[in-house]
Design a protein around this ligand. Structure first.
Ligand code: GNR
Ligand code: NI
Length: 198
C-alpha cells in the first residue's frame, strides 16, 4: 500500500516552497536522478503541487523550488478538482510526435515574460509515478508542451534560451526586471529540420 498524492487545488497565502527566479544558479544546475521513490519524495511532490496551484502554474520542476532532483509535477486542469495531477519522476522523452508547433510560453521562474517557443506537438514520455511504478504515456498539445518545458528545467534549460530575436527578448526581460546576461542562448533542436529528433 502506497500513499497516494492528493492535494486540494487551492491557492494558499503561504505556499510551502519558494520559487527561484532566473538569475539563481539552482535553475542552471543539471538535476540528479531519484534512486528511490520514498515518502520524502512524495512529500516534496505534494509541496510542489501546493506551490504550483498557489502560483497559478500548470507545471513545476524541482529545481524551481531549489531542489536539484529529477521530479516534475504537471496539471493542465487546475480548475477541475476531479482530474488528478501528474507526478513524473526521472522523466525521459522516448519519442517526439507530430509537427513542430510554435506557441507562447511563460515560466513561474521568469514571471511576466512570454515568448513563442517551438515544441513537438506530442511526446511519448516514460517515468516513475508517485508510487514508484514505471509508466509510459503519450502527451499531446498543451500537456506535451508543459512536459517538454519541465524536462528542460531538469537539464538547466529555460524557455528564453531558445528565443532567436535577441532585441525583443532583451526588451521583454528588462520590462519585468530580468537581465539578458542570465539567458544562455542556444539553438532549439526542433528549429533545425535536419536535426529534428524523430
Ligand atoms: O504555468 C506555466 N504555464 C506554461 C504555459 C506554457 C508553456 C509552459 C508552461 S509551464 C509554466 C509553469 C512553469 O514555469 N513550469 O516550469
Ligand atoms: Ni518553467
Amino acid at each position: 500500500m502506497v500513499a497516494t498524492l492528493s492535494v486540494p487545488k487551492v491557492k494558499l497565502k503561504n505556499p510551502p516552497l519558494h520559487i527561484y527566479r532566473m538569475g539563481d544558479k539552482v535553475l542552471r544546475q543539471p538535476a540528479k536522478r531519484i534512486s528511490q521513490v520514498n515518502d520524502e519524495i512524495r512529500q516534496l511532490a505534494r509541496d510542489m503541487l501546493q506551490t504550483m496551484y498557489s502560483a497559478d502554474g500548470i507545471g513545476l520542476a524541482a529545481p524551481q523550488v531549489g531542489v536539484p532532483k529529477r521530479l516534475i509535477v504537471v496539471d493542465i486542469y487546475p480548475d477541475k478538482p476531479e482530474v488528478p495531477p501528474l507526478v513524473l519522476i526521472n522523466p525521459e522523452i522516448r519519442e517526439y510526435l507530430g509537427e513542430t508547433v510554435a506557441a507562447q510560453e511563460g515560466c513561474l521562474s521568469i514571471p511576466g515574460v512570454f515568448c513563442e517557443v517551438l515544441r513537438a506537438q506530442g511526446v511519448v514520455v516514460s517515468f516513475k509515478d508517485e508510487s514508484g511504478r514505471p509508466r509510459t504515456i503519450q502527451a499531446d498539445d498543451l500537456l506535451a508542451r508543459v512536459i517538454q518545458h519541465e524536462i528542460d528545467h531538469l537539464n538547466g534549460v529555460l524557455f528564453v534560451d531558445y528565443v532567436e530575436n535577441e532585441l525583443l527578448l532583451d526588451q521583454e526581460l528588462r520590462k519585468h526586471g530580468f537581465q539578458m546576461q542570465d539567458v544562455q542562448r542556444r539553438a532549439n533542436p526542433l528549429a533545425a529540420p535536419a536535426l529534428k529528433p524523430r
